[in-house]
Design a protein around this ligand. Structure first.
Ligand SMILES: C[S@@+](CC[C@H](N)C(=O)[O-])C[C@H]1O[C@@H](n2cnc3c(N)ncnc32)[C@H](O)[C@@H]1O
Length: 369
């Protein structure tokens, strides 16, 4: 039996809705509904597995039986939930704030940990998801206050909290979380830029209203609603006007440029507002695209097996590929820092500064959020 079974003492089955969503086949064709009534065995296997379970798509706009495109609520992977709770180090009698109630399962786990003298508040932006979680928590007997609203504002009425945990990811640490967590308290959240995955980040809140801490494991969480990343597909006319060049970067270099554990986390910290997408068209063709909706800039590197060097198209005032290429060179010159060497300080005025190894390291810089 895996470690997470021992750590997660609340069964997740009572929190999983009878209709969930699974990837369509072939992959890349969206998500289809799986109903417990129609396939109890499959539903049960999923519930008992160490896999995330998608419980809502397209913010609830897509009905079961149709194809959904964007997962918008889920029950996270159990081993990951265990790792996040470990990092949060939540103890008996503490007050905890969760952002992203989802199914309510993590809120129940928090409630079990803080016990009857503790207090758990969980904020969920989607009213239907919040209602389902409230019902499941009541039924299973966990006294969690589920609040419907924007969790980036926290829940000031019950502050201060000893622990704040977000189960969606953020690009910017909301001021409210720091203000509502007591000095010495912890904030645990998936945090990252628009470029690539997020890092499990744990910040300690300080007396002066700042917060600082380290980044860690790679997480692929859905973003809180109003910080979502987005992409653009240029029209054929725009493609005709694209600045075209070639890159001599090799396959292994492009792998590093897009891989979280290699250069991607660093590139995101050095190239602001740059959303990365990677698409395999077939075994011989891969497209790496970079998107900045704000400046209407876009770039595509078209990889064709055995046809190196590769073509680069760039549109808009920013040459996103050139920026990424420069950041990759920096990463190599800086000794290829891994994500777990990074830390983040949020100053009392909300500025985000990243650093390598320690806040006074020569490699530290403010983020342009
Ligand atoms: C990965 S799920 C949470 C998993 C959940 N903790 C569980 O145990 O099932 C992320 C949730 O965050 C919610 N969410 C997204 N943006 C939010 C926001 N601004 N405030 C509160 N909840 C938000 C989504 O609706 C979704 O239900």
């Amino acid at each position: 039996m895996n470690d997470w079974h021992d750590q997660l003492r609340v069964s997740r089955a009572p929190f999983i809705p009878s209709v969930v969503w699974v990837a369509a086949t072939p992959p890349g064709e969206g998500f289809v509904s799986l109903s417990r009534a129609e396939d109890e065995t499959c539903w049960r296997e999923l519930v008992d597995s160490d896999e995330p379970i998608i419980t809502q798509v397209d913010d609830g706009a897509t009905a079961p039986g149709r194809t959904g495109w964007r997962p918008s609520s889920s029950c996270s992977q159990p081993s990951l939930v265990a790792a996040m709770l470990d990092t949060l180090d939540v103890r008996e009698e503490q007050r905890a704030l969760e952002i992203g109630t989802g199914t309510g399962w993590n809120a129940a786990l928090l409630s079990a940990r803080v016990g009857s003298y503790g207090h758990v508040v969980s904020v969920e932006v989607d009213p239907a998801v919040a209602d389902d979680a409230r019902r499941a928590l009541t039924k299973t007997g966990y006294p969690v206050l589920v609040v419907t609203g924007d969790g980036t504002k926290g829940y000031p009425a019950d502050a201060p909290y000893d622990r704040t945990i977000c189960t969606a990811s953020v690009r910017e640490i909301p001021r409210a979380w720091i203000d509502q967590t007591r000095p010495g308290g912890l904030i645990v959240t998936p945090w990252g830029t628009d470029y690539g995955d997020d890092a499990l980040t744990c910040l300690t809140v300080h007396e002066d209203g700042s917060a600082s801490g380290r980044c860690g494991a790679n997480l692929a969480f859905m973003r809180v609603r109003h910080q979502r990343r987005d992409y653009r597909d240029p029209t054929a006319d725009q493609l005709d006007t694209a600045h075209t060049s070639q890159t001599t970067r090799t396959g292994p270099e492009l792998f590093e440029i897009t891989d979280f554990t290699r250069a991607a986390f660093t590139i995101g910290l050095r190239v602001p507002s740059c959303y990365l997408t990677v698409e395999d068209l077939d075994d011989n063709h891969r497209r790496i695209e970079l998107h900045d909706l704000g400046s209407r800039s876009w770039a595509r590197i078209s990889l064709v097996r055995r046809h190196h060097p590769w073509t680069v198209h760039q549109i808009g005032p920013r040459h996103l590929w050139d920026e990424v290429d420069t950041a990759y060179t920096w990463w190599r010159q800086a000794g290829k820092p891994t994500p777990d060497r990074y830390g983040l300080t949020v100053t009392p005025d909300g500025a985000h500064e990243v650093w390598i190894d320690a806040p006074d390291h020569e490699h530290r810089w403010p983020l342009n959020l």
